[in-house]
Design a protein around this ligand. Structure first.
Ligand SMILES: Nc1nc2c(c(=O)[nH]1)N[C@H]1C(S)=C(S)[C@@H](COP(=O)(O)O)O[C@H]1N2
Ligand SMILES: [Mo]
Length: 327
């Protein structure tokens, strides 16, 4: 077994989730046996952590789910392996392989989401209560990153609108902001980029209330792995991936557009709306096509669809807007 800084390991040396969990159970059993015999040793939890801190103990837990009428079908799903090892989560490193290696220390329990701003009264929701608020649905969505790659992912969650109703926003709330967890002692890689933390994203209220916008707790029928934004994230399938903030700790209702991370980084490259739009290129690359992760190389290239293929459901939200200006 390897011991060292996670960044020193090639991804091939990462212990697969199942193997790690069973090893962890074994270690616990072994250590309690030794302790019972009278020897002084470090506890099973601590020992297991020393050996392999990369995967959350929750990551393998199955969720009880129901089918969803809002699922997208017909396309081959991206494998669990690709969905959970090719990630963007800059707090845990700027390379795609880094979040899976580094996010093990994200403390996903206890966890609560604070709601503030233009609401009847500020509230705090515990993650366990949020998991039970509505039946958890299986929803397959296309996922299009602004970097022109894509996946097809079976998420687990329920419409964000169900949560927003519980927040009791006031009528002058026109936008909603999502703030991600940030702790520089846990997310040591955050300083590798010039981003101002915490990660911030936002939606116009009608976008947030659209039934497709998913409050997400899981993937492939299981609790979200940390690198995918555990324990709670947003998924907005008709927008570029960066609109979907991970590991949310705060939701704020506002009467104006909130500042958002990528828009602040480079306003000419990343707009507030960031709807998937093959007709509006990024200043440095085309958005007309995308590379579907996990397929053989000759089959990867595909045409990007307006609103990522969700135009029937969302085009009306942007009626009368110039999407070249409001990109
Ligand atoms: N807090 C936080 N949320 C984030 C990001 C991030 O770096 N930090 N990256 C975004 C980007 S660019 C994408 S494409 C998606 C990636 O989600 P996935 O890794 O689950 O596919 O998360 C988004 N949410
Ligand atoms: Mo992205």
């Amino acid at each position: 077994m390897l011991i060292g800084k996670p960044s020193q390991f090639p991804s091939s040396s990462i212990t697969p989730q199942r193997q790690y969990l069973s090893r962890r159970r074994f270690l616990r059993g072994a250590v309690s046996g030794v302790t019972a015999a009278g020897a002084t040793v470090i506890g099973g939890d601590r020992l297991a952590q020393l050996f392999s801190p990369r995967t959350s103990v929750f990551a393998d837990s199955k969720l009880t789910t129901v089918p969803s009428p809002l699922t997208t079908t017909g396309e081959q799903l991206t494998s669990y392996q690709d969905v959970t090892t090719f990630n963007n989560y800059y707090e845990f490193g700027v390379q795609k392989c880094q979040p899976a290696q580094n996010a093990g220390g994200l403390p996903t329990r206890p966890w609560s989401v604070n709601v503030e701003g233009l609401v009847k009264q500020p509230k705090t929701f515990d993650i366990e209560a949020l998991l039970k608020l509505r039946p958890l649905e299986d929803r397959v969505y296309r996922h299009r990153c602004v970097e022109a790659w894509s996946m097809v992912i079976p998420w687990v969650g329920y419409s964000l609108s169900e949560f927003i109703k519980q927040c009791e926003p006031l009528s002058d709330a026109k936008y909603v902001q999502f703030l991600s967890y940030y702790d520089s002692s846990v997310e040591k890689w955050a300083s590798e980029s010039t981003i101002q933390w915490p990660y911030s994203e936002g939606l116009r209220m009608d976008e947030a209330m659209n039934p497709l916008t998913l409050l997400t707790f899981g993937v492939y029928g299981k609790i979200l792995p940390n690198q995918n934004g555990a324990p709670i994230r947003i998924v907005v399938p008709w927008k570029y991936g960066f609109k979907s903030a991970k590991s949310i700790v705060k939701v704020r209702f506002l009467d104006r557009m909130p500042p958002t991370t990528w828009n602040e980084q480079a306003p000419n490259e990343y707009g507030f709306y960031s709807n998937v739009n093959p007709d509006v290129d990024h200043p440095r690359w085309s958005q007309k096509t995308e590379r579907r992760i996990g397929l053989p190389f000759y089959a990867q290239r595909r045409t990007t669809l307006m609103f990522n293929g969700y135009g029937d459901e969302v085009a009306a939200l942007y009626k009368g807007m110039d999407l070249r200006k409001d990109f």
